[in-house]
Design a protein around this ligand. Structure first.
Ligand SMILES: [Zn+2]
Length: 199
């Protein structure tokens, strides 16, 4: 599987469409490797297992294209949102900001896309999984206005200037562009309903 290098310490195995398998982020810290999402393809599992040394896994949310390989990969510790931990019967819950000595920062992301979304910030980069995307309701793309407001606040508070968005080309996006995009969606809200339909 072709690895895409993002910075000296950060790389990813890009998402594939069929079978749908999300991007796998790889953060090489001094004494261990952090994996953000494990994908669902055999190729992604093999690529993760080929990384030597101690590995910690973070699951961005419970959707199968991000988590399908969770039983196929070896890891030391697994971190995820409470909903994802319950779903898989394992893991250390990320229900508040967690800062590790090696610079890894995990945090919950209020998301319309899925319950229990988690992000990972390292240096100038933040992995956001699918958290900024909408969900489908009655065949339409929709955001929850309250969750979107909270999400924008969390994203603005991050120090990283680059946001890594699953399934998207380009994968690496300027923070300012992502915040502006979500701000435009939030501006479409109607005070009479919690839903913002778009697209
Ligand atoms: Zn998803």
């Amino acid at each position: 599987m072709e690895k895409q290098q993002i910075s000296e310490q950060i790389s990813c195995f890009p998402a594939v469409q069929s079978p749908l398998s999300a991007d796998v982020g790889v953060i090489q810290c001094a004494d261990e490797t952090w994996i953000f999402d494990v994908g669902s393809s055999e190729e992604a599992a093999a690529a993760i297992n080929a990384i030597p040394g101690q590995k910690n896994v973070v699951l961005s949310h419970f959707h199968p294209d991000h988590t399908g390989n969770v039983d196929r990969v070896a890891y030391s510790a697994l971190y995820a949102g409470a909903f994802t931990c319950r779903r898989f019967g394992r893991g250390i819950t990320v229900d508040e900001h967690r800062y590790f000595e090696n610079g890894i920062h995990l945090f919950p992301l209020p998301s319309s896309h899925a319950k229990g979304c988690v992000g990972l910030e390292y240096g100038d980069y933040a992995f956001l999984g699918d958290a900024i995307y909408s969900t489908m309701k009655d065949g339409k793309a929709v955001y929850n206005a309250g969750l979107l407001r909270e999400l924008i606040a969390v994203l603005k508070s991050l120090h990283a200037n680059w946001f890594l968005l699953s399934h998207r080309k380009p994968f690496v996006n300027p923070k300012a562009e992502v915040v502006a995009w979500l701000g435009e969606v939030y501006a479409l809200r109607d005070p009479h309903t919690p839903y913002i339909f778009c697209g």
